[in-house]
Design a protein around this ligand. Structure first.
Ligand SMILES: *[C@@H]1O[C@H](CO)[C@@H](O)[C@H](O)[C@H]1NC(C)=O
Ligand SMILES: CC(=O)N[C@H]1CO[C@H](CO)[C@@H](O)[C@@H]1O
Length: 133
């Protein structure tokens, strides 16, 4: 179910990128991404973590056009910049935690060096970079 959703989204992005390249893409320079480590960090940012629970960077309400960012250190002297933007100019909303995770990971599975795409009125970006946050 989860995998098939991700795969469907992946196909959608491939198709979308032909018709509107600005709305999806992969970085072709810079650091390569660790899917495993990035997956753990995306999970924390989308779902929260710990006990007692600490809210993740992408939880809670997004105002119209609000962009939330999170920088995480990963191994190998690298950090990953993660960003989600609500593209609505008029409405505030709460991004579903599972949608958050699935869409962010599309940028990881689809792109060796990170990438971005728009889906359902949101923009998702994952970008691995050298050095720490
Ligand atoms: C990342 O690592 C740097 C250097 O150790 C540290 O100063 C910074 O607080 C870390 N940032 C995060 C978000 O963990
Ligand atoms: C498309 C989308 O989900 N963006 C959302 C931004 O927030 C507003 C309100 O939360 C939603 O209506 C938009 O759908």
């Amino acid at each position: 179910m989860y995998l098939s959703n991700v795969f469907t989204t992946f196909l959608t992005i491939l198709l979308t990128s032909y018709t509107n390249p600005a709305h999806a893409g992969c970085y072709v320079t810079g650091d390569f991404i660790s899917a495993e480590e990035t997956g753990i960090q995306v999970g924390r940012a989308c779902h929260g973590y710990g006990n007692p629970r600490v809210a993740g960077a992408f939880q809670g309400v997004f105002a119209p056009l609000q962009k939330k960012s999170s920088c995480v250190n990963v191994s190998g002297g690298q950090h990953v910049d993660m960003e989600i933007t609500n593209l609505s100019t008029t409405t505030s909303l709460n991004l579903d935690d599972d949608v958050c995770q699935a869409e962010m990971m599309v940028n990881v599975y689809n792109c060796n060096q990170g990438g971005w795409h728009d889906a359902g009125g949101w923009k998702y970006r994952v970008d691995p970079n050298p050095g720490s946050c």
